[in-house]
Write a protein that binds this ligand. Structure first.
Ligand SMILES: *Cc1c(COP(=O)(O)O)cnc(C)c1O
Length: 376
């Protein structure tokens, strides 16, 4: 992610570290501990999901050391990179149902995957045979959110029976569901009981108990906090709720005071400070992304221009300056404009401004080749 500078006659320029994302691993360890302790007291194992920060190895390591029983991500590339970084004894769960074309990678590098298509499971079974591996699967039930998963219970049960009886290299580990991602469906006790019913139908058909009943992602964690999670749910896949704990606080209104919302810090550099009008001067047409924003005329105000933009964070309403009184008022691909009129402190060119992040900005920033990532 850090681009090496080309040397000019053997001399290399000092490379700016900005934009910089800093990961506080002590705070991350704390958050992981809070979530996994609370889940464990309800008999729930937690897969720490690292796709929100593009699989930063130190994040995965900290999650494993602090209570997660597995590492989950949507991208095989991240799993392979972590294995190359020496995280070899962890159990890896692929949380995006795999592409047929990645069956060999899944067989070779992932221990477990969420699945909803028998032809892909067969391809993984075949690849496992070739490599002498076994692979665990969790069959996904779609309970109304309308992303991945079997819609028909009979079809899911039939797939389970087929895996159990006919595939030598695949171990049916359990069933799971995902809610809240596409259809915005809120996980509740009733949905969890539906999933348990499906698990029990599978158990009756295969004549044994399932290992894993995976009740969802961060959005299912409030049920644990409220003591409303049915007993047989014994697995969750949690990313955002550990990495940021932002949505649970800001969107769900839960008391998250025992967790840090500032595990990640974005630092970016000020490149201009000036008093300017707040309303553009001239005929208003479209901005650089083809939109027609509204501009409120608040007179002349002090603004800071920061060297970071939509290319880095995508959405300027998903980064939050820590400086009291500072407000993001807009951005283009490479520039971000802050209103600093109401800030007490003096801000000058060359100063570094820090921001809190939420899920989308964390995801884009950590995936960008222009971001420096530092763990402390
Ligand atoms: C992304 C994802 C998760 C983790 O989601 P968070 O909201 O970050 O907790 C869990 N399960 C599946 C299937 C996912 O795609």
């Amino acid at each position: 992610m850090n681009i090496d500078h080309i040397s000019n006659n053997g001399i290399k320029a000092a490379k700016t570290p900005y934009p910089l994302v800093t990961v506080d691993t002590e705070k991350l360890a704390h958050n992981t501990g809070v979530v996994t302790d609370r889940c464990r007291s309800c008999g729930i194992n937690v897969a720490g999901v690292i796709k929100g920060c593009n699989g930063i190895p130190q994040v995965a390591r900290t999650m494993l050391e602090s209570g997660c029983s597995q590492i989950g991500t949507s991208r095989m590339d991240q799993i392979i990179e972590l294995k190359n970084c020496g995280l070899d004894d962890a159990e890896f769960l692929l949380v995006r149902i795999p592409m047929m074309s990645e069956a060999e990678e899944v067989a070779l590098y992932a221990d477990l995957s969420l699945e909803s298509d028998v032809s892909v499971i067969k391809a993984i079974d075949e690849a496992c045979g070739k490599f002498g591996k076994t692979h665990g699967v969790i069959l996904m039930a779609d309970l109304g959110d309308l992303r991945e998963g079997f819609w028909s219970r009979d079809e899911l049960v039939a797939a389970a029976v087929f895996i159990e009886r006919s595939l030598d290299n695949i171990v049916l580990r359990g069933v799971g569901t995902n809610l809240g991602c596409y259809g915005s469906i809120k996980p509740d006790t009733e949905k969890m009981l539906d999933l348990i019913e499906i698990a029990e139908a599978v158990e009756t058909s295969i004549g044994r108990k399932l290992d894993i009943i995976s009740g969802g992602a961060t959005s299912s964690y409030p049920l644990v906090m409220e003591g409303a999670m049915p007993e047989r749910i014994n697995h969750l896949r949690i990313g955002e709720g550990i990495l940021l704990a932002y949505d649970l606080k800001e969107i769900w209104g839960l008391d998250m005071d025992d967790m840090y919302q500032d595990v990640f810090t974005l630092s970016a550099e000020v490149i201009e400070v000036r008093d300017k009008p707040t309303h553009p001067v001239g005929e208003i047409f479209i901005d650089c992304f083809g939109r027609q924003p509204e501009y409120e005329d608040r007179g002349i105000r002090k603004r800071a221009l920061v060297a970071i933009g939509k290319l880095d964070f995508a959405l300027n309403d998903k980064i939050f300056p820590r400086l009291p009184g500072a407000e993001v008022i807009g951005s283009s691909s490479d520039h971000c404009i802050l209103d600093i009129e109401d800030c007490r402190s003096d801000i000058a060119v060359g100063d570094i401004i820090e921001f809190d992040l939420s899920y989308p900005s964390l995801m884009y920033l950590t995936g960008s080749r222009y971001t420096t990532i530092r763990t402390i």
